[in-house]
Design a protein around this ligand. Structure first.
Ligand code: SF4
Length: 391
């Protein structure tokens, strides 16, 4: 198939009625719309509850005033134009502000708004920052979707990162396998480029983003194989989304299908309380139960994901619950002293985010207290540098 055409106006979606288009135009004035012929063709237009439709077709409920534009306070970790540094080993490169379609639940929808300027237009300041921080072993190129960039432009960035000795892993966060596998199938230069920069010692990871098993089409699998044959390691992450993958059977099918095609489910995220996302949200404890129920029908390989909240302070895993309590653990933490910290809170069935848990019952830090030494890493040592976060 030729490259599918991109569509940026709901007026061009013939399957929507005139009336629907009129209503949705108001939504897209606030939160941008974008999709393409391939992804739109996956929608079952006879089903108003179709999950693929919910992923990209706007909904008037997005106008409900709920949530924050930057729910994880990412801006506070911006250290240079387009660069976030929150976790010691990992830097984020916001390389582009466009995607293969726009997910209605996107937690970075602010990037698609006109007055927001968090993207690196010029990569040099970000590269310099990474060069000066030997503790950074992972660089995640994200956005937006880096695979929207033409391959030579992406290669220019990857080549500069690869020259930095202490960076071992380069990750590319991309939903293109789901949104437009033809971006990969029709561009042999892309796997060729991956082959040049993903070596046995220093891999490129593709952080894929399949939300629903129906996105795993024959074309997506073929594209995935091209990237894997070129030496990329592919894992998947998805938020848990009401009406899209909130049925335990659907989530189980996603996990199972991913394991069948050799893609480990890596993270399942509690949907961030982002502005306009009320319709996709579920309380934390309900989401946790769906996650656990989904895993019951899966082999060990299909249930490797952790259920986490990308909170401003770190990745907080929901590890369990009883009748009265909910148990959390920092899987990643902005403050190294929080790493592995275990916390017990009084249950709150109405909580949508970690901040909604207010009654703490127990707290245990494995990292000891402030005076304890923080481990030194062979890549050059970690220096606690509070200036790396601007907020
Ligand atoms: S692909 Fe990622 S960045 Fe792009 S709209 Fe979806 S969630 Fe947002």
């Amino acid at each position: 198939m030729r490259n599918p055409k991109y569509i940026t106006s709901v007026d061009r979606i013939e399957n929507l009625s005139e009336n629907e288009r009129n209503k949705l135009r108001e939504v897209t004035e606030r939160f941008a719309f974008r999709s393409n012929e391939y992804y739109l063709s996956l929608i079952d237009w006879d089903d108003p509850e179709d999950p693929i439709r919910k992923i990209i077709i706007p909904d008037t409920r997005e106008l409900e005033d709920w949530g924050e534009l930057d729910a994880s306070h990412e801006k506070n970790y911006t250290v240079a134009p387009g660069i976030q540094h929150k976790y010691m080993q990992t830097a984020l490169f916001l390389a582009v502000d466009v995607c293969g379609s726009f997910c209605r639940f996107c937690f970075r929808k602010r990037l698609f708004m006109n007055d927001v300027d968090e993207i690196a237009k010029d990569y040099s300041a970000g590269i310099k920052y990474i060069q000066n921080h030997p503790e950074i072993t992972n660089v995640l190129i994200t956005g937006g979707d880096p695979l929207i960039l033409a391959t030579p432009r992406l290669e220019a960035l990857i080549a500069q990162i690869r020259k930095i000795d202490h960076v071992q892993i380069i990750r590319i966060g991309s939903k293109m396998l789901a949104f437009n596998p033809y971006r990969i199938l029709n561009d042999p230069a892309l796997p060729d480029m991956i082959r040049r920069y993903s070596s046995p010692e220093k891999r490129i990871y593709i952080m894929a983003h399949f939300n629903h098993p129906r996105e795993i089409t024959p074309q997506a699998i073929e594209a995935l194989d091209l990237l894997r044959d070129a030496g990329a390691i592919i894992v998947n992450q998805t938020p848990l989304l009401r009406g899209i993958n909130s049925d335990p059977q659907v989530l189980a099918e996603l996990f199972r299908k991913l394991s069948f095609i050799g893609v480990p489910p890596y993270y399942v995220f509690q949907c961030r309380p982002t502005l306009g996302n009320r319709l996709f949200e579920m309380p934390v404890e309900e989401a946790y139960e769906i996650f656990e129920k989904a895993k019951t029908g899966c082999s060990g390989l299909a249930k490797r994901a952790r259920f986490v909240m990308s909170h401003a302070s770190g990745k907080i895993e929901v590890v369990g619950k009883t009748e009265g309590s909910t148990f959390f653990k920092y899987h990643q933490a902005a403050d190294p002293l929080d790493m592995g910290r275990f916390m017990v809170f009084r249950s709150n069935p109405d909580a949508y985010w970690f901040d909604d848990y207010t009654e703490q019952i127990d707290d245990y830090r494995v990292s000891g207290d402030e005076d304890e030494d923080i481990p030194v890493f062979p890549s050059g040592g970690y220096i606690r540098d509070d200036s790396s976060a601007t907020g």
